[in-house]
Design a protein around this ligand. Structure first.
Ligand code: GLU
Length: 509
């Protein structure tokens, strides 16, 4: 609690000072980052806005968010948009939209790397001044030849530090390389992978500024993680091999090294890395397909993390139970069936008001205006047990809002037969006379007609259901009639009677 208040005050004051304005002033903090880091966990999600928010990214964001929440820390959103050709505003929006939908609220940000170029250049200049970086004008041909030579000798391609001491003229087109230590090892004590050791002799002098003057990924990440006081870096394991390079740069800058956690990848059901080929991988596509954010979140957390056999977790439970140290080292497989199962669970147990809010846009997609029908909360209550997704719920609710074109063939064949005529005619009369159109009176009505005709209730209810819904499945007949409304029920019963009549004529002919 105390830590939270402390953190809040610092953020508030720093906000006033423009700390978070992304103008490159982040470094001018008046408190000790080291002290601050000891006091609170700060995690970040750092997507490159070159596409939508995909499932893998969302899981990374979720684990970072949970880790921060669990420790009462802060979760920061940083947009890594330095690749000007591939980064788009639409993608930034898609990422923000996905995070909002999943409820992954960030405490700071979004911070944009493109607003921090001055700061990156400042750090690069500092490295140059200290002799920790140098200009390189090696041609593409030379670098290609180096690579080919290494390949031919079955060695890992690496730059041979050719320009280290060549003192290239600043006016010659050049890149800037970080002078990587030649010897020793870099130890990454990864919270998921355990200890991973790299020999410096395997790493080469990395480009930190391109010929066009733009800083490269490893440099910007290091500067940002340090300036933003990130204590715990949680990201996909495709970045594991960047980590020793980043640690070396941090060390050169005399900055603290954050803790790292590299998350295993997510595989599709065929064992290859999850990609578009496996169907929906964008978070918002799941929304469009009628998944609840709670279900997707619950599903994502189980991709690589578990707590005994427990499958269902509330957000509070997750914050309490999640431990980054318990994340699996091995890849996990995406299983759509399980996601559907979770979705069904969350639909069944959701508050109908909440669900109604989520169902509305899906009805809208079917060109249905939910205000032109019964109370949508009643629709949800009637369908909650019957749908795996909100798309399905909207589809099976269409009959409530508009007349269907055709009867389902099998249902009509079975239930709209001449024997049903009398039941339908009696029901029509009875419904016409009904003054209180509510579930209780409608139930009595069906019961009374069945009794008067000496039929089991199903013998009346099924033809009636097919007449009103167009098919043989719907909520209880009383609720169904109630939701469809008097006028439409009577109109549809007439249609069913006409169908029976036609069928009878055809049989005679
Ligand atoms: N921007 C990187 C990506 O989208 C992530 C960088 C990081 O987490 O260090 O893959």
């Amino acid at each position: 609690m105390f830590l939270n208040i402390f953190h809040f005050l610092i953020v508030l004051i720093d906000n006033k000072l423009g700390f978070l304005s992304g103008t490159g002033r982040i470094r001018h903090t008046f408190y000790s980052p080291a002290l601050f880091r000891k006091m609170t966990k700060r995690t970040r999600f750092a997507p490159s806005p070159t596409g939508y928010l995909h499932v893998g990214g969302a899981r990374t964001a979720l684990f970072s968010w949970l880790h921060a929440r669990k420790h009462g820390g802060a979760f920061i959103l940083r947009i890594e948009d330095t690749d000007l050709e591939r980064s788009t505003a639409e993608s930034v929006n898609a990422i923000l939209e996905g995070m909002t939908w999943l409820g992954l609220e960030y405490d700071e940000g979004p911070l944009y790397q493109t607003k921090r170029f001055d700061r990156y250049n400042e750090v690069i200049d500092q490295l140059m001044e200290q002799g920790l970086a140098y200009r390189c004008d090696c041609s593409k041909d030379r670098l290609d030849a180096l690579r080919e030579h290494a390949m031919a000798h079955k060695e890992k391609p690496r730059y041979d530090s050719h320009c280290r001491n060549r003192n290239i003229d600043p006016d010659t087109p050049h890149v800037i390389r970080f002078r990587n230590p030649d010897d020793g090892v870099v130890v990454v004590d990864d919270m998921v992978r355990g200890r991973v050791t790299y020999n410096n002799s395997e790493l080469d002098d990395l480009i930190i500024r391109r010929t066009d003057g733009s800083p490269t990924y490893n440099l910007t990440v290091v500067v940002d993680d340090s300036d933003m006081n990130i204590s715990d870096v949680i990201r996909g394991d495709d970045h594991l091999n960047n980590t020793p390079r980043q640690i070396n740069i941090l060390q050169a800058l005399n900055k603290e090294i954050p803790r790292y956690a590299h998350l295993p990848m997510i595989l599709g059901d065929d064992g290859t890395r999850l990609s578009k080929r496996h169907g929906a991988v964008s978070v918002m596509q799941y929304m469009e397909q009628g998944f609840l954010p709670e279900a997707l979140l619950n599903y994502l957390v189980r991709l690589g993390w578990s707590h005994g056999d427990q499958e269902i977790f509330s957000q509070e439970e997750l914050i309490q139970l999640f431990d980054i140290a318990n994340v699996n080292k091995s890849a996990s497989s995406f299983n759509t069936e399980k996601l559907l199962w979770l979705n069904q669970h969350y639909i069944k147990s959701a508050d109908p008001y909440h669900l109604a809010h989520l169902l509305s846009p899906h009805l809208g997609r079917l060109a249905i205006d939910p205000t032109e029908g019964p109370d949508i909360v009643e629709v949800v209550k009637a369908q909650q047990e019957r749908a795996n997704t909100l798309v399905e719920m909207a589809e099976i609710s269409e009959f409530i809002y508009r007349d269907f074109d055709e009867f389902d063939e099998n249902a009509a064949k079975k239930h709209l037969r001449p024997v049903a005529r009398q039941a339908l005619e009696e029901m029509k009369k009875s419904l016409q006379a009904l003054t209180s159109w509510d579930v209780e009176h409608l139930h009595d009505c069906v019961e009374q007609v069945s009794t008067s005709l000496d039929l089991k209730m199903g013998k009346v209810a099924q033809p009636l259901r097919v007449a009103v819904v167009g098919r043989a499945a719907s909520p209880g007949i009383d609720v169904t009639l109630y939701l469809v409304g008097k006028e439409a029920c009577l109109r549809r019963i007439d249609k069913a009677l006409a169908y029976i009549e036609k069928r009878e004529q055809q049989a005679k002919a």
